[in-house]
Design a protein around this ligand. Structure first.
Ligand code: NDP
Length: 315
């Protein structure tokens, strides 16, 4: 298909979570005239959370969507060119790089910051979607605090689920951990910690049938996949920790990634294996995944891009 439009720019930022907008703020202030495409979910994962109480600078907390409006406004005020659109294909074989937006517009960029984030995996049941943000969460560090002293359940058996179960065990009265097989995938040390925590109750061979509640989570209906036995556990919070998928598939032919598809940034930098291509935020971070760490890495990416462009004499 012939390209309807072509545009040459110095710096393209792909993604509009904390990493992308922070990169845009820094790059715009450095006069790099960044163009940012917001992607499929403008504002990123924070737009599907409610209260954010751990983003510094907001002593009374802030709603996730409102925080992202602040990020966007700040990037806009600094002069970043913020646009709707989804990067659908890239060619990073030589510089300037080619990025197609919505399969029609071609951006030719001297450098790129990839801040496309990651998406939490969900179980895919109707009640999970309906009660998302009303007791159902995919982030214990973000939302555990709201269930202090209450009973919660967490599904998953990897390192994330183990870490989040331990985090929740310090806040909640009981943590019911729902594991679909008869063993955990988490590292041995994490498994031991979970098993040795008195208020974490493990349910092996257990799957979630339904989350019960009209407006708020009231219980979870679980099924033992060996015996078929059904049980309702009264809980207030239901946490899903079954992994994340980095939004990196369009880059897989070009960039070094780990087995799960996270882009490998050179430690201590935002640089990737391709000079002039930088990665920031959750697309390159499977460990911390916090808004503040994503924002920090967006700043790193902008500073790395600024240095790169000035070394190449691009203005
Ligand atoms: P993982 O892919 O390692 O684990 C996902 C877990 O969710 C598995 O136990 C899996 O079960 C379970 N699961 C998947 N789908 C379903 C489903 N539909 N119903 C019920 N259970 C389901 O993801 P993590 O996010 O835990 O970890 C990702 C990577 O990050 C890993 O390499 C991990 O080691 C690393 N990590 C490291 C940390 C650290 O070093 N501090 C902290 C957090 C993560 P099953 O086992 O049956 O497939």
């Amino acid at each position: 298909m012939e390209n309807k439009q072509e545009e040459k720019i110095a710096l393209l930022i792909i993604g509009s979570g904390p990493a992308g907008y922070t990169a845009a703020i820094y790059a715009a202030r450095a006069n790099l005239k960044p163009v940012l495409y917001q992607g499929i979910q403008p504002g990123g994962q924070l737009t599907i959370t409610t209260d954010v109480e751990n983003y510094p600078g907001f002593p009374d907390g802030i709603q996730g969507p409102e925080l992202m409006v602040h990020f966007e406004k700040q990037a806009d005020r600094m002069g970043a060119d913020l646009r709707y659109g989804l990067a659908t294909k890239v060619d990073l074989s030589s510089r300037p790089f080619k990025v197609w937006i919505d399969e029609e517009k071609l951006i030719i960029a001297e450098s790129i910051i990839i801040a496309t984030g990651a998406s939490a995996k969900w179980l895919g049941i109707e009640s999970e979607q309906r009660l998302n943000g009303h007791g159902v969460s995919a982030c214990a560090v973000c939302d555990g605090f709201f269930f202090r002293g209450k009973e919660v359940a967490i599904v998953g058996a990897g390192d994330t689920a183990a870490e989040e179960a331990l985090y929740l065990s310090k806040l909640c009265s009981t943590v019911h951990m729902l594991i679909r097989r008869e063993e955990m995938r988490a590292s041995k040390v994490m498994q031991d910690r979970v098993k040795n925590t008195a208020n974490i109750k493990i349910y092996w061979n257990t799957e979630t049938e339904e989350i019960i509640g009209e407006k708020l989570v009231e219980a979870v209906r679980i099924r033992n996949n060996q015996t078929g036995e059904i049980t309702d556990l009264p809980i207030k919070g239901f946490f899903v920790a079954i992994g994340h998928t980095p939004n990196s598939s369009i880059f897989e032919d070009w960039l070094d990634m780990d087995d799960a598809g996270y882009i490998k940034a050179i430690p201590g930098t935002a640089r990737t294996n391709i000079e002039g291509v930088f990665a920031a935020g959750d697309v390159q971070d499977k460990i911390y995944r916090q808004a503040v760490t994503a924002a920090g890495s967006g700043c790193m990416a902008a500073l790395d891009a600024e240095r790169f462009l000035s070394e190449k004499g691009v203005h």
